[in-house]
Ligand binder design. Structure first.
Ligand code: NAP
Length: 243
């Protein structure tokens, strides 16, 4: 039996990497999936790859009008929403000494502010039984030289999940955080072989994760399989945060 038959899902950042793998998996499980991202060409490619059960709505999560257009489209085409996954995010290298206000604002604008106002709109049309999966990062729980702003933004994501779990449970909506470790996505394209090797050596399972492995975990948190899981943080990191 398909796990998401009859469900409608919105996935931000659904045109690349982890979000794309989640969109693909959810569509395979029978969901009507809406993906969003800024780059139309990547959205078109994602729709072609997924092949069915999917619609793309171009948009920037930091723009209120884009978020309104996304959720208006979902309401018009699907009539409501069951699942939200917030996977849009950016990770810029910036040690404290060279961190600028622009860098800080950009990271928090996408990773935190964009996520907050996406969730705010999503819950307006979510019914009881709804599930929200916030993509955090192991970076929110550990020191991460050069990525202080990114890590703090992901700690904020995890914090919101705790509060929203309490606020939204009375409405029958569960909120959980999915926190990947190093996953081989386009976010890693610029990473040198040397850094990849260093990272790999720090991971007990001795390899980077695959986007499909994160998608499996997202399916668990979005489906009835996790009906008694709320406010949790699920690490998909090959054991990295435990080592
Ligand atoms: P990715 O392939 O670069 O995907 C990032 C996604 O975010 C893209 O779809 C991008 O689409 C979207 N995005 C960025 N800014 C946006 C904006 N302003 N509005 C709407 N969409 C925006 O990287 P990924 O690895 O899949 O990352 C997905 C999530 O996983 C991120 O939140 C990231 O922090 C988290 N994560 C990744 C890893 C990892 O190792 N890869 C580890 C831990 C956590 P457009 O560019 O088209 O807008």
């Amino acid at each position: 039996m398909l796990k998401l038959e009859g469900k409608t899902a919105v996935i931000t950042g659904g045109n690349s990497g982890i979000g794309l793998a989640i969109a693909q998996r959810f569509a395979q499980e029978g969901a009507h999936v809406f993906i969003t991202g800024r780059r139309q060409a990547q959205l078109d490619e994602a729709v072609a790859l997924i092949g069915g059960h999917v619609e793309a709505v171009q948009g920037d999560v930091t723009q209120a009008s884009d978020l309104d257009r996304l959720f208006d489209t979902v309401k018009a085409k699907a009539g409501g929403l069951d699942i939200l996954v917030t996977s849009s995010g950016i990770a810029e290298f910036s040690p404290l000494d060279s961190t600028t206000e622009d860098h800080f604002d950009k990271a928090f604008d996408v990773n935190v502010r964009g996520m907050v106002f996406t969730v705010q709109r999503a819950v307006q049309q979510m019914v009881s039984g709804g599930a929200i999966v916030l993509v955090g990062s192991i970076a929110g729980s550990v020191g991460n030289p050069g990525y202080g702003t990114y890590s703090a933004s992901k700690a904020a994501v995890r914090s919101y999940a705790r509060t929203w779990t309490c606020e939204l449970a009375p409405r029958g909506i569960r909120v959980n955080t999915l926190s990947p470790g190093p996953i081989d996505t386009p976010m890693f394209d610029g990473v040198s072989d040397e850094v990849r090797l260093t990272l790999t050596n720090r991971i007990p399972l001795k390899r980077l994760g695959r986007p499909e492995e994160v998608a499996t975990a997202a399916l668990f948190l979005a489906s009835a399989d996790s009906s008694y899981v709320a406010g949790a943080e699920l690490f998909i990191d090959g054991g990295m945060t435990q080592s």
